[in-house]
Design a protein around this ligand. Structure first.
Ligand code: ZN
Length: 234
Protein backbone atom coordinates (compact mmCIF):
# COMPACT_ATOMS: atom_id res chain seq x y z
CA UNK A 1 0.00 0.00 0.00
CA UNK A 2 1.22 3.49 -0.77
CA UNK A 3 0.07 5.93 1.89
CA UNK A 4 0.23 9.64 1.21
CA UNK A 5 -0.84 12.84 2.87
CA UNK A 6 -1.54 15.60 0.36
CA UNK A 7 -0.32 19.15 0.90
CA UNK A 8 -1.09 22.02 -1.47
CA UNK A 9 0.91 25.24 -1.29
CA UNK A 10 0.42 28.89 -2.18
CA UNK A 11 -3.27 29.41 -1.66
CA UNK A 12 -5.31 31.41 -2.03
CA UNK A 13 -5.69 31.62 -5.82
CA UNK A 14 -8.51 31.80 -8.36
CA UNK A 15 -8.39 28.04 -8.84
CA UNK A 16 -8.48 27.20 -5.11
CA UNK A 17 -12.29 26.60 -4.94
CA UNK A 18 -12.21 24.24 -7.95
CA UNK A 19 -9.38 22.26 -6.35
CA UNK A 20 -11.33 22.07 -3.08
CA UNK A 21 -14.40 20.78 -4.96
CA UNK A 22 -12.34 18.13 -6.74
CA UNK A 23 -10.75 16.94 -3.47
CA UNK A 24 -14.12 16.70 -1.75
CA UNK A 25 -15.58 14.80 -4.71
CA UNK A 26 -12.71 12.29 -4.40
CA UNK A 27 -12.85 12.21 -0.59
CA UNK A 28 -9.24 13.42 -0.31
CA UNK A 29 -8.39 15.33 2.88
CA UNK A 30 -5.43 17.68 2.71
CA UNK A 31 -3.56 20.58 4.24
CA UNK A 32 -3.35 23.76 2.17
CA UNK A 33 -0.56 26.19 3.05
CA UNK A 34 -1.56 29.82 2.62
CA UNK A 35 0.56 32.90 2.37
CA UNK A 36 -0.96 36.00 3.91
CA UNK A 37 -0.70 38.33 0.95
CA UNK A 38 -2.48 35.78 -1.25
CA UNK A 39 -5.23 35.35 1.36
CA UNK A 40 -5.72 39.13 1.35
CA UNK A 41 -5.98 39.27 -2.45
CA UNK A 42 -8.16 36.13 -2.79
CA UNK A 43 -10.11 36.26 0.47
CA UNK A 44 -13.28 34.50 -0.69
CA UNK A 45 -11.29 31.63 -2.15
CA UNK A 46 -9.48 31.19 1.17
CA UNK A 47 -12.80 31.26 3.06
CA UNK A 48 -14.18 28.69 0.64
CA UNK A 49 -11.35 26.28 1.44
CA UNK A 50 -11.94 26.58 5.18
CA UNK A 51 -15.71 26.29 4.96
CA UNK A 52 -15.30 23.12 2.92
CA UNK A 53 -13.17 21.18 5.35
CA UNK A 54 -9.62 22.05 4.34
CA UNK A 55 -6.98 22.51 7.07
CA UNK A 56 -5.24 25.78 6.23
CA UNK A 57 -1.67 26.15 7.46
CA UNK A 58 0.80 29.03 7.64
CA UNK A 59 3.22 29.57 4.70
CA UNK A 60 4.47 33.05 5.78
CA UNK A 61 3.09 36.47 4.80
CA UNK A 62 5.03 37.32 1.65
CA UNK A 63 6.76 34.03 0.71
CA UNK A 64 10.41 35.08 1.07
CA UNK A 65 13.51 32.91 1.32
CA UNK A 66 13.89 32.64 5.09
CA UNK A 67 17.66 32.12 4.88
CA UNK A 68 17.92 35.67 3.51
CA UNK A 69 16.07 37.21 6.50
CA UNK A 70 17.10 37.98 10.06
CA UNK A 71 15.47 35.88 12.79
CA UNK A 72 13.21 38.80 13.72
CA UNK A 73 12.12 39.22 10.12
CA UNK A 74 11.36 35.49 9.86
CA UNK A 75 9.20 35.63 12.99
CA UNK A 76 7.41 38.73 11.72
CA UNK A 77 6.59 36.90 8.47
CA UNK A 78 5.09 34.01 10.43
CA UNK A 79 3.20 36.12 12.98
CA UNK A 80 1.72 38.53 10.44
CA UNK A 81 0.21 35.54 8.65
CA UNK A 82 -0.93 33.96 11.94
CA UNK A 83 -3.11 37.00 12.57
CA UNK A 84 -4.58 36.83 9.07
CA UNK A 85 -5.30 33.10 9.45
CA UNK A 86 -6.82 33.50 12.92
CA UNK A 87 -9.19 36.09 11.51
CA UNK A 88 -9.95 33.94 8.47
CA UNK A 89 -10.92 30.98 10.65
CA UNK A 90 -13.09 33.25 12.75
CA UNK A 91 -14.83 34.70 9.68
CA UNK A 92 -15.40 31.18 8.33
CA UNK A 93 -16.88 30.10 11.68
CA UNK A 94 -14.39 27.23 11.87
CA UNK A 95 -12.43 26.31 15.02
CA UNK A 96 -8.68 26.36 14.34
CA UNK A 97 -7.60 23.00 15.73
CA UNK A 98 -4.24 22.67 13.97
CA UNK A 99 -1.50 25.12 13.14
CA UNK A 100 1.00 23.52 10.76
CA UNK A 101 3.72 25.63 9.13
CA UNK A 102 5.65 25.27 5.90
CA UNK A 103 8.69 27.34 4.94
CA UNK A 104 8.46 28.97 1.50
CA UNK A 105 10.62 26.92 -0.94
CA UNK A 106 11.29 24.54 2.00
CA UNK A 107 14.02 27.02 3.00
CA UNK A 108 14.37 26.34 6.73
CA UNK A 109 16.20 29.57 7.51
CA UNK A 110 19.90 28.78 7.06
CA UNK A 111 21.83 30.00 10.12
CA UNK A 112 18.53 30.52 11.98
CA UNK A 113 17.28 26.99 11.39
CA UNK A 114 17.58 25.76 14.99
CA UNK A 115 16.22 28.99 16.46
CA UNK A 116 13.21 28.81 14.13
CA UNK A 117 12.48 25.20 15.07
CA UNK A 118 12.58 26.20 18.75
CA UNK A 119 10.29 29.13 18.00
CA UNK A 120 7.77 26.88 16.19
CA UNK A 121 7.82 24.40 19.09
CA UNK A 122 7.45 27.09 21.75
CA UNK A 123 4.55 28.73 19.92
CA UNK A 124 2.71 25.43 19.66
CA UNK A 125 2.82 24.93 15.91
CA UNK A 126 1.67 21.44 14.96
CA UNK A 127 3.86 18.81 13.38
CA UNK A 128 2.15 16.90 10.58
CA UNK A 129 2.50 13.27 11.61
CA UNK A 130 5.22 11.47 9.66
CA UNK A 131 4.99 8.05 11.35
CA UNK A 132 3.94 6.56 7.96
CA UNK A 133 7.20 7.69 6.28
CA UNK A 134 9.60 4.70 6.14
CA UNK A 135 12.70 6.26 4.52
CA UNK A 136 16.09 6.29 6.25
CA UNK A 137 17.01 9.60 4.63
CA UNK A 138 14.02 11.26 6.28
CA UNK A 139 15.62 10.55 9.67
CA UNK A 140 19.20 11.13 8.53
CA UNK A 141 18.21 14.67 7.51
CA UNK A 142 16.47 15.19 10.86
CA UNK A 143 13.14 15.76 9.12
CA UNK A 144 11.46 13.47 11.66
CA UNK A 145 12.37 16.01 14.39
CA UNK A 146 11.50 19.24 12.60
CA UNK A 147 8.19 20.93 13.40
CA UNK A 148 7.64 22.42 9.95
CA UNK A 149 6.01 20.38 7.21
CA UNK A 150 8.46 19.14 4.58
CA UNK A 151 7.66 16.60 1.84
CA UNK A 152 8.86 13.29 0.40
CA UNK A 153 7.57 13.82 -3.14
CA UNK A 154 7.30 17.07 -5.06
CA UNK A 155 5.21 16.92 -8.24
CA UNK A 156 7.16 20.05 -9.33
CA UNK A 157 4.25 21.11 -11.55
CA UNK A 158 4.88 24.77 -10.54
CA UNK A 159 7.70 24.65 -13.09
CA UNK A 160 5.05 24.65 -15.81
CA UNK A 161 5.33 28.34 -16.63
CA UNK A 162 5.35 30.36 -19.84
CA UNK A 163 8.74 29.93 -21.47
CA UNK A 164 10.06 27.42 -18.92
CA UNK A 165 9.95 24.47 -21.31
CA UNK A 166 8.72 22.29 -18.42
CA UNK A 167 5.51 20.50 -19.40
CA UNK A 168 2.90 18.12 -18.01
CA UNK A 169 4.98 15.29 -19.52
CA UNK A 170 7.87 16.23 -17.23
CA UNK A 171 5.55 15.86 -14.24
CA UNK A 172 4.51 12.43 -15.51
CA UNK A 173 8.18 11.44 -15.83
CA UNK A 174 8.66 12.36 -12.17
CA UNK A 175 5.62 10.29 -11.16
CA UNK A 176 6.93 7.21 -13.00
CA UNK A 177 10.59 7.71 -12.04
CA UNK A 178 11.66 4.68 -9.99
CA UNK A 179 14.92 6.19 -8.68
CA UNK A 180 14.57 9.95 -8.24
CA UNK A 181 17.69 11.98 -7.38
CA UNK A 182 15.92 13.50 -4.37
CA UNK A 183 12.94 12.45 -2.29
CA UNK A 184 11.30 9.06 -2.74
CA UNK A 185 9.71 7.29 -5.70
CA UNK A 186 5.99 7.90 -5.37
CA UNK A 187 4.78 4.65 -6.95
CA UNK A 188 7.22 2.25 -5.23
CA UNK A 189 5.32 -0.37 -3.18
CA UNK A 190 4.82 0.19 0.56
CA UNK A 191 5.72 3.86 0.37
CA UNK A 192 4.72 6.54 2.83
CA UNK A 193 4.61 10.12 1.64
CA UNK A 194 3.88 13.76 2.12
CA UNK A 195 3.09 14.99 -1.38
CA UNK A 196 3.62 18.58 -2.50
CA UNK A 197 1.34 20.25 -5.06
CA UNK A 198 0.58 23.94 -5.67
CA UNK A 199 -2.54 25.98 -6.41
CA UNK A 200 -1.01 28.25 -9.05
CA UNK A 201 -3.31 29.99 -11.52
CA UNK A 202 -0.58 30.05 -14.17
CA UNK A 203 -0.41 26.24 -14.10
CA UNK A 204 -4.19 26.08 -14.49
CA UNK A 205 -4.00 28.45 -17.45
CA UNK A 206 -1.38 26.33 -19.24
CA UNK A 207 -2.67 22.87 -18.23
CA UNK A 208 -6.38 23.16 -17.37
CA UNK A 209 -7.36 20.77 -14.58
CA UNK A 210 -3.68 19.86 -13.96
CA UNK A 211 -4.38 18.79 -10.36
CA UNK A 212 -7.07 16.31 -11.52
CA UNK A 213 -4.78 14.96 -14.18
CA UNK A 214 -1.88 14.32 -11.79
CA UNK A 215 -3.82 13.21 -8.73
CA UNK A 216 -6.01 10.85 -10.79
CA UNK A 217 -2.84 9.12 -12.03
CA UNK A 218 -1.67 8.68 -8.44
CA UNK A 219 -5.07 7.25 -7.45
CA UNK A 220 -5.10 4.89 -10.46
CA UNK A 221 -1.66 3.63 -9.46
CA UNK A 222 -2.60 2.68 -5.94
CA UNK A 223 -1.79 5.78 -3.91
CA UNK A 224 -4.15 6.02 -0.93
CA UNK A 225 -4.58 9.51 0.45
CA UNK A 226 -4.85 9.43 4.21
CA UNK A 227 -6.23 12.08 6.52
CA UNK A 228 -3.62 14.51 7.85
CA UNK A 229 -2.86 13.77 11.53
CA UNK A 230 -0.79 15.85 13.89
CA UNK A 231 1.76 14.65 16.40
CA UNK A 232 0.34 14.67 19.92
CA UNK A 233 -3.20 15.19 18.59
CA UNK A 234 -3.76 11.79 16.98
ZN1 ZN B 1 5.14 28.27 -1.55
Amino acid sequence: MIKAVLTIDDIASNNTPAIVDYLNEKGIKCVMFAWGAMVESHYDAALYALKNGIIVGNHSYSHPNFSKLSLDECIEEIEKNEQILNELYEKAGVVRKYRPFRFPYGDKGGANKDALQRYLAEKGFDKLSDSHIPYEWWKEKGLDKDIDTFWTFDLAEYNIRKGSGFTADDVLKRIYDTSPSEGASILAPDGGHIILLHAHDETEELVPGYYKQFLDILLENGVTFTEPKFTGKE
